[in-house]
Write a protein that binds this ligand. Sequence first.
Ligand SMILES: Cc1ncc(CN)c(N)n1
Length: 230
Amino acid sequence: MEGGDKVGKGEDGGPIATWLNKHRQLYLESTRHPFILSIKHGSVDISSFKRWLGQDYIFVREFIPFVASVLLKAWKETDDASDIDIILGGIASLNDEISWFKKEASKWDVPLSGNAPQKPNRDYCRFLESLMGSDIEYSVAITAFWAIEAVYQESFSLCLEDDSRTPEELMGTCQRWGNEDFRQYCCSLCRIANRSLAKATEDVVMKAEEAFVHVLEKEVGFWNMSYGDS
Ligand SMILES: Cc1ncc(CN)c(N)n1
């Protein structure tokens, strides 16, 4: 891992490194959002955090079948069986993640049932569903999967840096996605995506880049939602 590469950023010179530069402004908007910076600076409004927590639980419930669809595409299309092991590892950790959400929600008195998804969440989940179809190639789906994980990894690792003033009671949340193991997992997903893209047609590579941009846009919308009335 070259120095300076914080998250799996296509350090193996595949198309993802190119896209991260080409769409740098949007990538920064999604990974240094004011909501994340407010956690890092210790100025976060707890009602924003609680709104994000309730909405993210709804998102993760939709994310599980999406990851399962990526696993199925890997089984059908990949030439490297280790892809399946890595994606399966991601599904296993989602099982633990659901338990974490339930514990965290009860700690903050955030109701998880009867919580309606707000429009940015509904839009994001609809986008996930659009990627689950058998008409969507593995290269496109695995690129979106990497991007979704990488945005959270980079965002929450910001809140763990030495100069952070992250409130103690939010450290568990930041460590969940900001930790080194999750960064390594994102690097693995990035390598898988780059390897798949290297063998893809120009048209599929273009669709994967569009999916990458859509993920970044949906992530910005998701963070914005924590401010309420969206
Ligand atoms: C909106 C969102 N994006 C990404 C993640 C990380 N799986 C998440 N939990 N929620």
